[in-house]
Structure formats: structure tokens, C-alpha cells
Design a protein around this ligand. Structure first.
Ligand SMILES: [Zn+2]
Length: 289
């Protein structure tokens, strides 16, 4: 029988279990989530890896429904992908080590006594989501890394930054979420929205939209790695409009590429540039276990 901890904190919607443990630790007098977990007989990394046993213990300690805790689950799958809040994401398209957060969400968490420190949100793991869906501001990225804490002790990492409310306020840069970002965030919250897109893989929508938008806005010869975050955000928004129109949208885009290249053209790498590269790398990653 595992007893509830004397001091509980509210689970935040879309919060990964390791972040919940980080806040429970602090509320109950321990600064390091790893130390807290070790005291309870499991490793913090086990929560980050989605191990059943550790998750069950955490749910009981924190007095939360296990199913609710699992809504924010982040776990590796056997195919080199991650499952993030129920969505499959390729390993290279998830940000976990880098500290990425919405300064307004963090400020509100810190100010709310029932939250017990800053809670991480699953959407901050997704590089294609660059704005907070709730506050309409840019997600902030911080380069600091604590070897003693590791990547998953979120509330501890935020405390280490020592940001005062005014400093958090200064980090707020207004940026309205694009249609793509809102769609992805709502999908991670478990909402079904549009039959055609909902049946596509999460990564295919996130990256496909960006690539289609890059092709449409910057041409087939554009190299995604040389584009700014703002260009990619704009491309994601444009590509999402194309994808949302389904087959018609894709036909129009391919038609435009053909027109630009001069008709008739063969399906060559020269004319389909980064679209071709994306399809190839996407297929290769999915084929290799
Ligand atoms: Zn926010």
C-alpha cells in the first residue's frame, strides 16, 4: 500500500509525469526530483521512459487518477519514435533536453500556490509548436543545462534560472499561434477536429505542413536548415492551409510547381527539391526499426 504524500499539488493539463514528480518533490521539501524518486524506490528516468511501475507509484503518491497522469505521458516506442500525449513523433523531432517554455504559463504556475512550481507542458516538446496556444506568445528557449538535475526535473531547472516575475514578463514576445500550431496542440489535448488530417500521422501533419509551405513560399530549391524560425513558422501556417484543403490543395501546389518548371516535366529531384528529401527521410526512418 502506497500512501499519499502529505502535501499534494494539482496535476496540470498536458503535463508529463516527470514534471509532476518534480513539483511534488519540491512541495514535500526536496529540491531534486531524482532524490525524491530514489526515496520512493524508482528512478526519475523511469518516469521519463514511461515505465509502468514507476508511473503507478507516482499516481498513488500524488493522489491523482492514473489515467489522467498518463494523458501527458512521454515514452519511447520500439520503432525509434516517441509517444507524446498520445501522438507518435519521430525521435529527432522531439525536444526534451533543451529548456523550452512559455514565460506566461511559468509565471502563472509560480504565482498559484496549488501548483507548487512551474509545470512543463507536452506541447513544449514539439519544435513545430513555437507559440503558446493559451497565451499567444513565443516559447522561450534557454541554453542552460544542469548535469546534476538532468533534463526532466523541470520545476527545479526553472527555479535554478532564478527568474523574478518582472524578468519572466520581459521574456514575453507576443506571437499568435498559427493554424498548424493550434491544430497540433488541440490534437495533443485529445481533440478530434478534421477527419482527413486526424487520420494522418501527427509527424506527417507537423513536418509535411512545414515542407509544403516552404515549397510554396520559398520554392522547391529552398533549404529548410537555412530558414529562420519565423520563416518556418510562416511556412507551417501556409502548408497547413494546403493540407487542410486535402487532395485539392496538394494538386494545386503540384500544379504550380509544374508551371514554374515548365511543362511537361518529369518527377525529378530538381523540380521537387526539399519535398523529395522529406519524403525520402520520412520513409527511411519509418522503415528502419
Ligand atoms: Zn502560456
Amino acid at each position: 500500500m502506497i500512501r499519499r504524500l502529505p502535501i499534494l499539488v494539482a496535476l496540470v493539463a498536458g503535463e508529463p509525469p516527470a514534471s509532476f514528480a518534480s513539483r511534488l518533490a519540491w512541495a514535500n521539501g526536496l529540491s531534486f526530483a531524482s532524490e525524491f524518486c530514489a526515496d520512493q524506490g524508482f528512478a526519475l528516468q523511469s518516469l521519463a521512459d514511461g515505465e509502468e511501475g514507476a508511473l503507478s507509484i507516482l499516481a498513488q503518491l500524488g493522489g491523482v487518477d492514473r489515467a489522467k497522469l498518463l494523458r501527458g505521458l512521454v515514452t519511447k516506442t520500439s520503432t525509434g519514435q516517441y509517444l507524446v500525449a498520445g501522438q507518435l513523433v519521430e525521435k529527432r523531432w522531439i525536444t526534451r533536453r533543451r529548456l523550452r517554455f512559455c514565460p506566461q504559463c511559468v509565471a502563472e504556475d509560480i504565482a498559484a500556490s496549488a501548483v507548487g512550481g512551474a509545470a512543463q507542458r507536452c506541447v513544449w516538446h514539439i519544435p513545430s509548436i513555437r507559440a503558446c496556444p493559451q497565451h499567444g506568445c513565443r516559447l522561450h528557449e534557454d541554453d542552460s543545462y544542469s548535469h546534476s538535475r538532468g533534463p526532466h526535473d523541470f520545476a527545479g531547472r526553472i527555479r535554478d534560472l532564478g527568474l523574478e516575475p518582472e524578468q519572466l514578463e520581459q521574456l514575453v514576445v507576443p506571437q499568435a499561434p498559427t493554424g498548424l500550431e493550434s491544430y497540433l496542440a488541440r490534437r495533443m489535448a485529445g481533440e478530434r477536429q478534421d477527419r482527413w488530417l486526424d487520420d494522418l500521422g501527427f509527424g506527417a501533419v507537423a513536418l509535411g505542413a512545414e515542407i509544403l509551405g516552404i515549397v510554396d513560399l520559398f520554392g522547391v530549391g529552398a533549404k529548410p536548415k537555412f530558414l529562420s524560425e519565423s520563416d518556418k513558422s510562416q511556412a507551417g501556417a501556409r502548408g497547413f492551409e494546403i493540407l487542410s484543403r486535402g487532395e485539392l490543395g496538394l494538386r494545386d501546389l503540384l500544379g504550380a510547381i509544374h508551371r514554374d518548371a515548365g511543362s511537361p516535366v518529369s518527377l525529378s529531384r530538381r523540380h521537387y527539391g526539399c519535398l523529395f528529401n522529406w519524403l525520402e527521410s520520412h520513409t527511411r526512418t519509418n522503415m528502419n526499426p
